[in-house]
Design a protein around this ligand. Structure first.
Ligand code: IPE
Ligand code: IPE
Ligand code: MG
Length: 244
């Protein structure tokens, strides 16, 4: 089994606390967070990681104060415009997952542009989760299956976990190997629920703006030291690694 993860998923948390520690506005924390995100993408490219999925805005984050939500939208728009050509040059394929339709039309347009421009790139697949919720993802998959049953194209007996997985976000990517959450919180916060069934979880107290190359390498090292059994015994894995 590979000791380097194919697919890393990250809950980038702690921008607000980082700013508070420095007597800065939450917005300054989010700006610093964008820089850390850029560094993360560069480190994934450098390490030949196949896929990176990052949680940028959850379906629950709408509940934040109005001015923070609109500042976040402006920051997304600004960062996307600023970064997209460099991402494209680095062969990064940019995708978005989540209910994009809830966003301002200007932002939706930039999202479309970024996806179209980088669609055929062969490098890192960067999926940015915006207005995403793991429960929403599961509900959408169930709706798709229900419609197929209504249309007579499927029977309930044909539903299995492979079929469910094929209807969910990230279905064409390898399952996430490594889940990283910064800022000391040890929860999933409605990020990928279905997809992380056998993902290794790594929690660090480091706040997101401080998550640099050294921190990234620590997470990779920790991942390399884990034994992944997928329900089997150690002996079975040694005998027959190709069946894992
Ligand atoms: C994560 O940082 C960024 C987003 C959720 C957009 P937070 O803003 O949640 O930072 P804390 O948790 O308040 O420190
Ligand atoms: C999760 O962080 C969402 C993102 C990082 C985008 P939150 O800060 O919203 O999570 P909770 O509220 O602490 O669970
Ligand atoms: Mg937070």
């Amino acid at each position: 089994m590979s000791s380097v993860p194919n697919h890393i998923v990250v809950v980038m948390d702690g921008n607000g606390r980082w700013a508070k520690q420095r007597g800065l506005s939450r917005n300054a924390g989010h700006k610093a967070g964008v820089e850390a995100t850029r560094t993360l993408v560069e480190n994934c490219v450098k390490n030949n990681i196949k896929a990176l999925t990052i949680f940028a805005f959850s379906s629950e984050n709408w509940q934040r104060p109005k001015n923070e939500v609109s500042l976040l939208m402006e920051l997304f728009l600004f960062s996307l415009k600023r970064e997209v050509s460099k991402l494209n040059k680095n062969k990064v394929q940019v995708r978005f997952i989540g209910e994009i339709s809830a966003f301002p039309s200007k932002l939706q347009l930039e999202i479309e542009k970024a996806q179209n421009l980088t669609r055929d790139n062969s490098g890192l697949v960067l999926s940015i989760a915006v207005n995403y919720g793991g429960r929403w993802d599961i509900v959408e998959a169930v709706k798709k299956i229900a419609r197929e049953i209504e249309n007579g194209r499927l029977t309930s007996g044909e539903i299995d976990h492979q079929l469910m997985a094929s209807k969910m976000c990230l279905s064409d990517l390898p399952a996430p190997d490594l889940f990283i959450r910064t800022s000391g919180e040890k929860r999933i916060s409605n990020f990928l629920l279905w997809q992380i069934a056998y993902t290794e979880c790594y929690f660090t107290d480091t706040l997101w703006p401080d998550f640099d190359e050294i921190e990234f390498n620590k997470a990779l090292q920790e991942f390399a030291s884990r034994d992944r059994r997928f329900g089997k015994t150690d002996d079975q894995l040694e005998e027959n690694t190709q069946n894992v």
